[in-house]
Design a protein around this ligand. Structure first.
Ligand code: WT7
Length: 629
């Protein structure tokens, strides 16, 4: 189903609310099912228990690959642009991608991977990452992709939580001018992962790696001796497709579980409608497949649509800040989907990196991951879209599987900094702290969704109660997003940011508790509190208030050491931008840290800290204010 006018959007939206099952049945019919579903939807948000297309049998890779072979076998499925622009780009046609996926699927089978087994994938942005994901899906194994920037400890936590039997990695990764070890990091992780039987290693950088007999295997060797045909495992619509870990406001990252049928339908439907994809277009999503954006809009959505998806191995600033524009011109990119943090970063380098590029192939632009500020929106519109490409500001979350609130490119009206409208099938509501629904326009509150859509999270792996607590208990009967939001006089939505203790740093979701736990593991640290502060490029930066046993003799060195500990425990993306050593934290009599006060201080707004009289020791506030960075 592809909506092609604003009028049609309104009609279809209404239909999707009046008759959700009829609406989704129509969308679902566009896919290849081995057996039709018996029931479109069964749900309650109390347990929660959500089932889409129950009884339907299918395999997502038959929709992403097999069904394109008859007419489009030689059409490019993936265009891969390497880190180094002087290396050759690679195009994988649907036929080649199919063959490689089948070969790898046979390797996985040979080493005992079966339907339902978990496989951890820790790879750079090379075509083999997409191949590994699809090979798992082919045989019904559950993939858990871990972003290449995460530490050994983060990898082992994720492997152990999911009980992965296999890890797929590479010797190393290229990232701009750097070569990053991958296998070595996996080796460290595996010191504490008893469930892992095999490690499949791709050669990318030719970095020397230790290869353990009986455990480690070379990708290149293994794929030589298998057939390039592998029947797809028949999956139930509600069988698990993948797990993807994401941070929340408390404790360890949780494994968000998505299932086969609903996720397939939702990722594909949103891809086609939001980007108004037309056959032959080249779609370039700059995210990493290690995040949900890459899962849905590099791999599954585009491939299930028979589109050409561009995968980029490197970073937007290497060899210089014109790299994305080089890629757009070189591969005649039609749809560019990126993050505000990338836009702001490239903006800061100046227009000289844009000016020698034609960018005339671009038709549609997209933004994702964090609120886009007015300035970045207009810069993107004028300088990249040359004033004529629509921008879709797409709001959604790992737990959603696909975009929930966004314009449809060139179809619905746009408004800078507004994600605008819910997609047909999505029913957002704003609520106040007491859970009362706020009706009408010109209101702001906490964003909830009151009806399921096919891409909704099914559970958090191994801990269903946590799923219920996190998303379905704050406002009973509704899915709570954790975001604040306003609805303007036209009914357009603007996401204002998280209302919980979750930070969004360069579009990466980081839990404050997670960073605090990492900092607290550092020698000599007694306690810490993390808050976000506005950052010109990253959107939010990480500000750490830290109590140490003794006043640090070399504070600058200690800051670096603490950052190193955080990088080792979580990954470099979670390193604090600012560290202030303090002798106490503003706590209430019941021992709760008043983050509101710390947030104000971190923002540099100390004029009005509000009521501090309930603090156990109000004097710490003056000390913290005086020492603010
Ligand atoms: C959080 C989800 C799936 C998208 C990639 C990040 C924020 C996401 C927008 C947007 C304002 C946005 C929200 C959300 N966010 N997109 N267009 N405008 N905020 O996925 O890591 O699961 O993070 O990112 O705060 O809750 P994620």
């Amino acid at each position: 189903m592809k909506i092609s006018s604003y009028e049609e959007y309104k009609e279809v939206y209404q239909k999707s609310v009046d008759d959700p099952e009829g609406f989704w049945a129509e969308v679902g019919q566009e896919f290849q099912w081995r057996k039709p579903w018996k029931r479109v939807l069964d749900w309650n948000f109390d347990e929660p228990n959500v089932k889409w297309f129950e009884g339907g049998k299918m395999n997502i890779t038959e929709n992403a690959l097999d069904r394109h072979l008859e007419e489009n076998a030689n059409k490019p499925a993936i265009i891969w642009e390497p880190n180094d622009p002087s290396d050759e780009a690679v195009t994988l046609t649907y036929q080649v991608l199919y063959d490689r996926v089948c070969s790898l699927a046979n390797v996985l089978k040979k080493y005992g991977i079966k339907k339902g087994d978990r496989v951890c994938i820790y790879l750079p942005m090379v075509p083999e990452l997409a191949i590994a994901v699809l090979a798992c899906a082919r045989i019904g194994a559950i993939h858990s992709v871990v972003f290449g920037g995460f530490s050994a400890k983060s990898i082992s936590d994720r492997i152990n939580d999911a009980g992965c039997k296999m890890v797929i990695t590479s010797d190393g990764a290229y990232r701009g001018p750097k070569v990053i070890p991958m296998k070595e990091t996996v080796d460290h992780a595996l010191e504490s992962c008893p469930s892992v039987e095999r490690v499949l290693v791709l050669t990318r950088t030719r970095t020397p790696v230790a290869m353990l007999k009986g455990r480690d295997l070379w990708w290149e060797d293994e794929v030589k001796y298998v057939e390039a045909k592998c029947p797809a495992e028949e999956m139930d619509s509600e069988d698990v497709l993948f797990i993807l870990y994401t941070s929340g406001s408390t404790g360890k990252p949780k494994g968000v579980v998505h299932t086969c049928g609903g996720y397939m339908v939702y990722a594909t439907y949103t891809f086609q409608n939001v980007f108004q994809y037309e056959p032959g277009e080249v779609h370039f999503c700059t995210a990493d497949i290690g995040w949900i954006t890459g899962h849905s809009y590099i791999v599954y959505g585009p491939l299930c649509s028979g589109a050409t998806s561009l995968m980029f191995e490197g970073v937007p600033t290497y060899p210089d800040a014109g790299r994305l524009w080089d890629i757009v011109d070189k591969h005649k990119v039609n749809i560019l989907y990126t993050a505000p943090t990338a836009i702001r970063s490239l903006m800061s380098f100046g227009l000289q990196y844009v000016k020698d590029h034609s960018l005339s192939s671009l038709k549609k632009l997209g933004s994702v991951g964090e609120p886009i500020n007015e300035e970045a929106w207009h810069w993107f519109k004028e300088n990249i879209g040359k004033g004529s490409c629509p921008i879709v500001d797409t709001w959604w979350q790992t737990e959603n599987g696909g975009i929930l609130i966004s314009g449809l490119a060139g179809i619905t009206p746009e408004k800078a900094t507004y994600a605008t409208l819910p997609l047909p099938g999505v029913q957002p509501v704003l609520v106040d702290e007491n859970g009362n629904e706020l009706e009408g326009t010109g209101v702001s509150g906490n964003l909830c969704i009151k009806f399921p859509w096919p891409g909704i999270i099914r559970t958090t792996y191994g801990d269903h109660e946590r799923c219920k607590q996190t998303y379905f208990s704050t406002y009973p009967g509704k899915y709570f997003t954790g975001d604040g939001c306003l609805r303007d006089e036209n009914g357009f939505y603007r996401i204002t940011g998280r209302v919980d203790d979750v930070l969004n740093v360069s579009g990466h979701r980081i839990g404050t508790a997670e960073v605090e736990n990492a900092i607290n593991m550092h020698l000599g640290v007694v306690e810490s509190a993390i808050v976000g502060f506005p950052h010109d490029i990253k959107g939010q930066g990480i500000y750490a208030f830290i109590i140490t046993e003794r006043k640090p003799a070399e504070p600058e060195m200690m800051r670096k050491d603490i950052s190193a500990t955080v990088a080792q425990i979580i990954g470099p993306i979670a390193k604090p931008d600012k560290i202030q050593f303090v002798s106490g934290l503003p706590k209430t009599r019941s021992g709760k840290i008043m983050r509101r006060i710390l947030r104000k201080i971190a923002e540099g707004d100390v004029s009005n800290l509000g009521d501090t009289s309930t603090l156990l020791d109000p004097s710490v506030v003056d000390e913290i204010k005086a020492g603010a960075i």
